[in-house]
Design a protein around this ligand. Structure first.
Ligand code: OMP
Length: 279
């Protein structure tokens, strides 16, 4: 697929709906699937999940830490998993939550965004907590390479509230300031900018104004962390414009049978509403 990330994402969502399915090989899930806690078990888990799930959704989000935990063989499995997802037609959002000083961000960017990189992703998650400006180079590379970023703004975990809802001297919350800075990068870009934000599906409605973001919103917390389709609509509006509800464990717990996994991902996808409302 060619073109800007936001445009590719909008097409994929129009075709397959907004669900982002996570591949999070938790040790407990490997055990529940009857797999050993080693790189061989990881490979069986991740490839089974990728083959069953990726054809059904617009976006797959492998969680890098669960692969890195197995060392170099785990990272090799991650590369294989990402390839299987892309070949099945899904966009790959690699959840690596990177965030560092600008010059080091350049190295992270080189690892994940250029075409042909071993761990090439369509988009990655990044942390702005060293200052949004520390991500400038990553923003530039993503926009130039047709790739995307999802910047942590208001995360789904309960500990995040104090920091992310703190007021800045400009009168905005930290999270709102991050959303607005991402929005400035997306200004004037159609149909959707390339710089998304992460907003947990578990947060209270009304905390954030997303009306000027003009970019995608990754909304984890749907499923295992308790958020329902009704919560998503209350938080983001009835059509969920640009919103990618993300679910990992709630789908993966239906393995290892590929048919059960496929049925679970279809059920989850369909619970979000008819396709034309997805974008
Ligand atoms: O960036 C993320 O993906 C993320 C941000 C956030 O605010 N909350 C959150 O849960 N996540 C990730 O989303 C996934 C949620 O998994 P489940 O709770 O199993 O659906 C995990 O991979 C988390 O690391």
């Amino acid at each position: 697929m060619s073109g800007r990330f936001g445009a590719r994402l909008a097409r994929a969502v129009a075709e397959k709906g907004p669900l982002c399915a996570g591949i999070d090989p938790h040790p407990g899930l490997l055990q529940a699937w009857g797999l050993p806690a080693d790189a061989g078990g990881l490979e069986k888990f991740a490839l089974t999940a990728a083959e069953a799930i990726a054809p059904e959704v617009a976006v797959v989000k492998p969680q890098s830490a669960f692969f890195e935990a197995y060392g170099p063989p785990g990272v090799a499995v991650l590369a294989k998993t990402m390839k299987v997802c892309r070949e099945a037609g899904a966009l790959v959002l690699l959840d690596v939550k990177r965030g560092d000083i600008g010059s080091t961000m350049a190295a992270y960017t080189a690892a994940f965004l250029p075409a042909g990189a071993e761990l090439e992703a369509d988009a990655i998650t990044v942390s702005p907590y060293l200052g949004f400006g520390s991500l400038d180079f990553a923003v530039e590379v993503a926009q130039a390479q047709g790739k995307g970023l999802f910047v942590l703004a208001r995360t789904s975990n309960p500990e995040a509230q104090g920091l992310q809802n703190a007021l800045l001297p400009n009168g905005k919350t930290v999270a709102q300031d991050i959303v607005d800075t991402a929005g400035a990068q997306n200004a004037g870009v159609g149909p959707l900018g390339d710089i998304g934000v992460v907003v947990g599906a578990t947060i209270a409605p009304g905390e954030l104004d997303l009306s000027k973001l003009n970019g995608p919103v990754l909304a984890p917390g749907f499923g295992a962390q308790g958020a329902t389709p009704a919560d998503l609509r209350a938080l983001f509006g009835p059509g969920l414009p640009g919103v990618l509800p993300a679910s990992s464990r709630d789908v993966l717990k239906h393995g290892p049978d590929p048919e059960s996994l496929r049925a679970a991902v279809r059920r989850t996808r369909d619970s979000l509403g008819p396709l034309e409302k997805g974008q």
